[in-house]
Design a protein around this ligand. Structure first.
Ligand code: FAD
Length: 368
């Protein structure tokens, strides 16, 4: 058992994965969550092979397979629904792991079950972290930790407190996410339809007759367009119109990126979106969050003294750096491809899609 006093701030995907990974290695940690109860909002997540491998390494393969939907094939289509490219996902991932689609609340729920709901102090937010790991909570109490794990999402108060100069960069894209009942989207297929001006519409079945949809556009302004956003997709062929009829409560999000710049605080580490939020183009948000948790737990295993924390954090960051850079680089390449003229993109994807997707993911095939 480690005798370090550790706090995990945030019980989202990264925080719960860290709590679970720590427990598997005999590392105790307190975990706090700002929300008073587990939030069941959210739409869906595509879990590519390395995400499923990481969840398997947390011992969660069985419950995952019970609630997630297999994805066997990826298809890129134009606005009229004509197939530009299609390939089986195992052409990309081989035997790394299955690819799955899941409601975000189901992934969150299975991590919470694995950790134990009573382990999480809900309704407790971290307000500030001092240089020595002293945490001030929003109820005014303070406590000093040997390590604070900031797993508190893209707008991370832990990051803001430790690194106030780090600003999320707006990526010039905004999106709407929602779940829609539909039987028109082929089972087991991840489909993205590509329009001009950065317009994309992703649809992937998540089981029980529901489809996770993510509609994105290029936008100079994080506030997004006025009026009914759905009209921006009126030239997209079915099943888009049918799916959009269920988008009244779609969740709107401007997309930001946090760069993995040098972090130097000796008793603070950031994981998940708090450290490296990025464009969803590579669908690596949850995968990177769970990988972070596994690698951090492995790095800390056996640590007993406060003085060992800073060099272990340096080793952790060093081990993750190349992987995070790789994901950012691939995201940027994909975002550029999204904005190519339609004709160029059509030719590119028709002839080279499988090779491009393989190269996009090559750096993610080895274990983290
Ligand atoms: C409710 C919700 C729904 C989402 N739905 C989708 C979706 O449908 N599709 C998609 O692609 N992505 C979604 N996301 C984002 C997605 O979960 C993340 O991009 C990714 O999984 C990485 O997870 P994370 O744990 O780093 O961040 P998050 O999942 O955002 O988790 C961060 C957690 O930290 C908590 N927190 C924040 N500040 C504090 C604080 N000061 N003290 C304590 N706790 C704090 C938050 O309440 C949250 O529970 C959603 C996030 C949330 C919170």
């Amino acid at each position: 058992m480690t005798q370090l006093k550790i706090l995990i701030a945030g019980a989202g995907i990264a925080g719960l994965a860290a709590k679970r990974a720590f427990a598997l290695r005999g590392i105790e940690a307190d975990i706090v969550e700002r929300d008073p109860v587990p939030r069941t909002t959210g739409a869906g997540l595509y879990l590519p092979g390395n995400a499923v491998r990481a969840l398997r390494d947390l011992g969660l393969h069985e419950p995952l397979m019970q609630v997630a939907e297999p994805v066997y094939r990826q298809e890129l289509r134009d606005v009229r629904g004509r197939v530009l490219a299609g390939f089986p996902v195992n052409a990309i991932w081989g035997d790394v792991g299955e690819c799955l689609a899941i409601r975000r609340k189901d992934l969150h729920g299975l991590l919470l079950d694995a950790v134990g709901t009573s382990e999480v102090r809900f309704g407790t937010a971290v307000r500030e972290v001092g240089p020595d790991g002293t945490v001030r909570f929003d109820d005014g109490t303070r406590s000093r930790y040997d390590l604070v794990v900031g797993a508190d999402g893209i707008y991370s108060p832990v990051r803001f407190s430790a690194y106030p100069s780090v600003e999320p960069d707006f990526l010039g894209q905004v999106c709407w996410r929602f779940l829609a009942p539909s039987t028109s989207v082929a089972a087991g297929t991840w489909t993205v339809m590509l329009g001009d001006r950065g317009r994309t519409f992703l649809a992937v079945p998540v089981g029980e007759g529901e489809v996770y949809c993510n509609a994105a556009i290029g936008s100079a302004d994080p506030v997004g367009p006025a009026g009914d956003w759905r009209s921006l997709f009126s030239d997209f062929s079915e099943p888009v119109t049918e799916l959009l009829a269920h988008a009244d409560e779609a969740h709107y999000a401007p997309l930001y990126e946090i760069r993995n710049d040098e972090r130097t605080r000796p008793h603070v580490v950031l994981i998940g979106d708090a450290e490296h939020a990025c464009s969803p183009s590579m669908a690596q948000g949850s995968a990177m969050a769970v990988e972070d948790a596994l690698v951090l737990a492995e790095t800390l295993a056996g640590a007993r003294e406060r003085a060992t924390v800073p060099p272990l954090l340096a080793a952790y960051r060093e081990r993750r750096a190349d992987r995070l850079r790789f994901v950012l680089k691939q995201n940027h390449a994909r975002d550029r491809a999204r904005n190519l003229p339609t004709v160029v993109r059509r030719v590119l994807f028709r002839h080279f899609a499988t090779n491009i997707f393989r190269a996009n993911h090559a750096g993610l095939l080895p274990r983290p």
